[in-house]
Design a protein around this ligand. Structure first.
Ligand SMILES: O=CCCC(=O)O
Length: 480
């Protein structure tokens, strides 16, 4: 199997070496995987200028030509799936099988937007007056930039890059310093399949600050997209305001997972496990607050505890592993702080609550907490770890009120069977995405994004292409 490990910046179709470098390590073993180029502001500016030079040539290709190149990129990701998955497992920690599923997921955005590129219609308005005709057309925004997170090192890039390229934009991406290798690997594949120089540029950097300033403030950039925390998103949004860029922000969540008394409890347990333990809980749409109606609390907790006892934690390269290490020591510290705070304030810990020292310092046990209350830190902060924190509620009105009691509104989930309840609760929950009896809701064809402080804009689906387009109105006169 070929190695796809690249360690320089990728600008204008060339691998650009930089003296200053940072180490990328394997969270399962601590092994140094690569020393990666640490781009500074000047290099980021060079990348923006390359993207600007490449724009006219790329924008002027037909949508079909762009689509064909995207499909070749998709095919290449599929052909290299195993190598990409092993690289991702090494730098990010998720099990190889889950990493391979992420490569499929990431590649599915490339295929999806290759299709959307060809179906990007404008409008011809019905005649409004005798002397004029009016069209509304879709045009690429121009040069784009993106800052992406470490938890999905492939898919969070393709979800931004594929619609940008499909629309006719060029782009500069700053991948996370913890997982830049997956980004560099797919840039190599993009170049091999013939995506022209300068259309996709990757500038890894250890510190986000200086490169981030260029990517949010440079006057040649017309659109910025970010996935990450709400706190950082707010700062980047302010920077983008300096020259009024178009923006998309996919920010923090605090997803409720509500189990009503008419739910199929076996299905609820199954879907919660899928949702909660994906990527060891390090997912922005992970169920964070598990709200269970009092009548079914004991029965649900017993079933869940039995299921969680079966979870296998190990290195991502081991067989049939459910989850691997957390990303770094900060992640472990945060999870431990939230668990300790909950226990100190009256929560009961039925399982776990500790690091699995025998595996290594970044492996955290599957943890089940009950008697959690809304005033505990674990109820208001994103856990980003393998911890199920259960609160109870008495009736539907209280369940909905508790679920909405957060400034965030990314994903939400609930389990119920009564179709009238399903209709009522679906309308009442304040979030951008809802899973009803379903814990897996991410697909290229779905509109991904949040309300309230969870973000602006949508990724994936046909709405995801519109984020990289401007709507231009053309009025042609002289008919009278
Ligand atoms: O963590 C953020 C994105 C996860 C997903 O696309 O399902």
């Amino acid at each position: 199997m070929r190695s796809l490990t690249k360690s320089n910046a990728f600008i204008d179709g060339h691998w650009v070496p930089v003296d200053q470098r940072f180490e990328v390590t394997n969270p399962a073993t601590g092994e140094v995987l690569a020393e990666v180029a640490d781009a500074d502001a000047a290099l980021a500016e060079r990348a923006v200028e390359a993207a600007h030079r490449a724009l006219p040539g790329w924008r002027d290709r037909t949508p079909q030509e762009r689509s064909e190149l995207l499909l070749k990129w998709f095919d290449s990701m599929q052909a290299n799936k195993q190598a990409l998955a092993e690289l991702m497992c090494a730098e990010q920690g998720k099990p190889v099988a889950e990493a391979a599923a992420e490569i499929e997921y990431g590649a599915s955005f490339v295929r999806w937007f290759a299709g959307e590129a060809e179906r990007s219609y404008g409008d011809v308005l019905p005649r409004q007056s005798d002397d004029k005709r009016v069209w509304i057309s879709k045009q690429p925004v121009g040069v784009c930039s993106a800052i992406t997170p470490w938890n999905f090192p492939n898919a969070m890039i393709t979800r931004k890059v594929a619609p940008a390229l499909a629309a006719g934009c060029t782009i500069v991406v700053k991948p996370p310093h913890l997982t830049p290798l997956s980004a560099l690997a797919i840039a190599q594949l993009a170049s091999e399949v013939g995506i022209p120089d300068g259309v996709l540029n990757i500038v890894p950097s250890y510190e986000a600050k200086h490169v981030g300033k260029v990517l949010t403030e440079h006057p040649l950039i017309r659109k910025f997209s970010f996935t990450g925390s709400t706190a950082v998103g707010k700062k980047l949004m302010e920077q983008c305001a300096s020259n009024v860029k178009k923006v998309s922000f996919e920010l923090g969540g605090n997803a409720p997972f509500i189990v009503f008394d008419d739910a199929d409890l076996d299905l609820a347990v199954e879907q919660l496990l899928i949702c909660k333990f994906r990527n060891a809980g390090q997912t922005c749409i992970s169920a964070n607050r598990i709200l269970v109606q009092e009548k079914v609390l004991d029965s649900f907790v017993n079933k869940l505890k039995s299921a969680m006892e079966q979870l296998k934690v190990d290195r991502g390269t081991a067989d049939e592993v459910d989850y691997g290490p957390l990303i770094d020591q900060d992640a472990i510290d945060k999870v431990q702080r939230l668990v300790n705070d909950a226990k100190d304030n009256g929560a009961e810990c039925l399982l776990g609550g500790n690091v699995l020292d025998e595996l290594g310092e970044l492996f955290y046990a599957p943890t089940l907490l009950t008697e959690v209350t809304s005033t505990m830190d674990i109820a208001s902060e994103e856990i980003f770890g393998p911890v199920v924190a259960i609160q109870s509620f008495s009736d539907e009105e209280e369940g909905i009120r508790k679920a909405n009691d957060t400034p965030f509104g990314l994903a939400g989930y609930f389990c119920a069977q009564d179709y009238r309840r399903i209709d009522r609760v679906s309308n009442a929950l304040e979030c951008g995405m809802l899973g009803i009896n379903a814990g897996a809701i991410s697909h290229a064809y779905n509109a991904f994004g949040g309300v309230k402080q969870s973000g602006i804009g949508r990724e994936g689906s046909r709405y995801g292409l519109a984020e990289y387009q401007e709507t231009k109105t053309l009025t042609l006169g002289g008919f009278a």
